[in-house]
Design a protein around this ligand. Structure first.
Ligand code: AMP
Ligand code: FES
Ligand code: ZN
Length: 306
């Protein structure tokens, strides 16, 4: 197979585009897909300060790398979740990347800074680990961005992640979640804007980017995620994609173009009820935010502001 752009031998095949790319043209393809997502969804501009949430996995490291390559003002944020050897290794890999790129990395360690870790916190709060983890991440990303004066938080969610989340939300016709599913969540009412610049790139493309660019990343999935529903949705979509390449992109972008405008008002209405949580000051629609309730159960201490 030849590179679609320069006709040199291809090293990566992207079946969705029915195309192959050589190494330099593939890197260009990834950068262009990110640039197109940033511009098309008006994610941020060249002067904005971006906080990239980096897990040590391929997606978020590739995202950070691409944003730095494109000249954006992008710092990293790593959360130590206290998930044993998995967290030790992902923290180590993320620090090494930051040091090599001479980039600034902000770190928050759940056990040291907040007094709980995901496995014991989830058990104490009687939540599934991924639910306690997702809640903690959303909250702490926002808090770190507000405290650091960042304009926007960027996560490494890719096309496969977004299609799988959409699939789950559609299976349950969860209108509140569907209303919030977008590559850009606006910054308002105490929330910093959240963006997903990898929405146009698939999981395999991100792995190929890291391998070609020599970016070391943690290959293992989080041990607490094994068997969760999200992985099942991904596997189902992969089967469909294998027989009809392009289905995932058609599913996601069809939703974003045609359905999202119809369901977004549901999420907007919810945002109008936001007020600061008395425990931590972060915006919430309940009396005390879900994060403060989680931390109170996990540590036995009320209030989480630092
Ligand atoms: P996940 O929910 O594990 O699929 O991760 C989705 C995105 O959240 C990643 O692409 C990262 O941007 C971010 N993320 C996940 N884990 C961490 C972490 N420990 N620290 C900082 N960001 C993270
Ligand atoms: Fe959050 Fe696994 S990364 S539970
Ligand atoms: Zn709170």
């Amino acid at each position: 197979m030849k590179c679609r752009v320069c006709r040199e031998p291809a090293v990566v095949e992207v079946r969705r585009h029915n195309a192959g790319f050589c190494h330099p043209c593939f890197v260009k393809h990834c950068c262009e897909a990110v640039t197109r997502a940033i511009g098309g969804y008006q994610m941020f501009g060249p002067d904005d300060r971006i906080l990239v949430a980096v897990s040590g996995g391929k997606d978020s490291l590739a995202l950070w790398d691409i944003l730095l390559r494109l000249g954006y003002r992008a710092d990293g944020l790593y959360l130590g979740l206290g998930i044993g050897a998995y967290s030790d290794e992902s923290g180590h890999i993320t620090r090494e990347f930051a040091a090599r790129r001479e980039a600034r990395l902000v770190e928050v360690d759940l056990p040291a800074d907040l007094g709980y870790d995901i496995p014991t916190g989830a058990a104490a709060a009687r939540r599934a680990p991924c639910s306690a983890c997702g809640l903690s991440k959303r909250h702490l990303f926002n808090r770190a961005a507000v405290e650091g004066g960042y304009d926007v938080v960027a996560t490494g969610h890719n096309l496969d992640d977004e299609a799988a989340v959409l699939f789950g939300n559609v299976l349950r016709w969860d209108l509140a979640y569907l209303g919030r599913q977008h590559p850009v969540l606006p910054g308002e009412g105490g929330f910093v804007r959240k963006v997903k610049p990898l929405v146009r790139l698939g999981e395999r493309e991100m792995a190929a980017y890291c391998v070609l660019e020599g970016i070391d990343y943690i290959v293992e999935e989080c041990p607490m995620a094994a068997g969760n529903r999200h992985l099942g949705y991904k596997a189902a979509l992969n089967e469909i994609e294998a027989t009809s390449p392009g289905s995932k992109a058609a599913f996601l972008f069809g939703f974003l173009e045609r359905m999202s405008p119809l369901v977004a008002p549901t999420a907007q209405a919810e945002r109008e009820d936001l007020h600061p949580c008395p425990g931590c000051g972060e915006p919430t629609v309940s009396e005390v935010c879900a994060f403060c309730k989680l931390v109170a159960k996990a540590t036995g201490v009320e209030g989480t502001s630092t």
